[in-house]
Design a binder for this molecule. Structure first.
Ligand SMILES: O=C(O)CCC(=O)C(=O)O
Ligand SMILES: [Fe+2]
Length: 217
């Protein structure tokens, strides 16, 4: 992928992503979902885990739904000025072909035993109470890029409920999916569940792109 001209744009071109070496496209008519193994090296993953562990705090959700166990993991934002984070940012942008100005800062997530993120979509519900706050400036989320930084001893898979696909965590494995079916149209088939870790610890990073440029307000 590195010696191809990167067609930076507002949205990703699935046909272009599909031509990255070693990429796998999950067969589904409902969801554009790619998997790329060994997207990061074990050393890079370890470095990111250390960054996450040093600044984690409880995760939150938009549109409070009354279930305090809906997302029980911990979260942090990663500092784009950190050289390792900057390297990863650049590789993700080159993968997606999306203008980096549309990216939120990378987030880290950590799940201990019993922690999970129940079934949700990454786009914000346009009818939800928090939509204005999260989306007025930057628009909604378009693509999700997520990387497993380790493989817990048991559990911690990501299950795409509507398309019946479960992805197992593996160190350095990237998942990328399109949360939309077109401009302003959000895809309910992107519903996914970060399942409970049963043994060990799970760390991931997530990179979300927006319809409009991201401005840290
Ligand atoms: O941890 C996972 O497997 C999924 C994480 C996720 O869906 C998210 O952070 O939005
Ligand atoms: Fe998610």
């Amino acid at each position: 992928m590195s010696d191809r001209q990167i067609p930076f744009a507002v949205d990703a071109d699935p046909a272009w992503i599909a031509r990255h070496p070693g990429i796998q496209r999950v067969p589904s008519r409902e969801l554009t979902l790619f998997i790329a193994r060994d997207f990061l090296t074990p050393e890079e993953c370890e470095g990111l885990v250390e960054l996450i562990d040093s600044s984690r705090r409880p995760s939150t959700i938009a549109d409070a739904n009354g279930d305090r166990y809906f997302r029980t993991s911990e979260t942090c934002e990663l500092d784009g000025a950190d050289p390792l984070v900057a390297t990863v940012e650049a590789r993700l942008a080159a993968f997606a072909g999306i203008d980096p100005a549309h990216g939120e800062p990378i987030q880290g997530q950590r799940y201990a035993v019993g922690q999970e993120f129940k079934a949700h979509t990454d786009y914000f519900d346009p009818k939800g109470t928090d939509f204005q706050e999260y989306c007025a400036m930057t628009g909604n989320r378009t693509w999700t890029l997520m990387i497993y930084l380790n493989k817990p001893q048991a559990g911690g898979a990501t299950r795409f409920i509507k398309i019946g696909k479960t992805v197992q965590p593996e160190t350095g494995k990237l998942l990328a999916w399109n949360n939309r079916t077109g401009p302003g149209a959000y895809n309910p088939a992107s519903l996914h569940h970060g399942m409970k870790v049963r043994a060990g610890v799970k760390h991931v990073i997530t990179k979300w792109y927006r319809e409009r440029p991201w401005m840290a307000a």
